[in-house]
Design a protein around this ligand. Sequence first.
Ligand SMILES: [Zn+2]
Length: 263
Amino acid sequence: MDLVDVHCHLTHEKFKKDLDLVVERARKAGVKAIVCSGVNHPTNVEVLELAKKYDLIKASLGLYPIDLLGLGPDEVGLARQTEKIDLSEELKFIKKHKQDIVAVGECGLDYHWDKEHHTQQKKNFEQIISFVEKLKKPLVVHSRRAELDAFEMLESSSIKKSLVVLHCFEGRKHLLKKAADAGYNFTIPCNVVRLQHFQTLIGIASLNQIFTETDAPWLSAFPGKRNEPAFVAESIKKIAELKKISPDKVARAIWKNYGQVFK
Ligand SMILES: [Zn+2]
């Protein structure tokens, strides 16, 4: 089986000690590509370095909405941003590395960590959307507690829907349907094995708009355990069960989707 993890954070401190082993386990599990996402300038630089070091790792450069505001949440683990990012400067940096990346992201809106600066967040996201439109790369969208706003912003843009990957999209059922009908792509994280929401999403989205991701070290299939790219195999099993087809067939479809979107 050829597997893929289209979104994770291997720059996280939890991987500092054993990244070689993590990558090796992924390889043994059949993972052929691991898309590692940056969230700010320091992590974008780290992601580019990882992609150079490991053939399995591909780079996605992103700007997490909270980091853009200079409001790094208290969460530890990733190199944090404590000052406002100069968005135009960072977009220039991403453009400069166009050849070294397979996607832009994660970018988007986050109303969970920030309750006050939604107008500014939308302004930033709008600038990113129009940048990505011109860059012609896939956009991995983060939309925590802001699913409807993110969806509406994408809808009113001219971004190609088949190049948009809604990462861990937690919108309500009717919004999932609307986004699926419109032709957007979705990721299924490993915690699908126990979360009804993503199981519902699997029922709604067609196989050609689904990707596996880990968001490692988070969203593990196994509570309390660090997540890692090898575990996308767990999501494949769950998708196969819900779609009532073989895991092989699911893996093949997702690998094909990967080849069509991430380049
Ligand atoms: Zn993430």
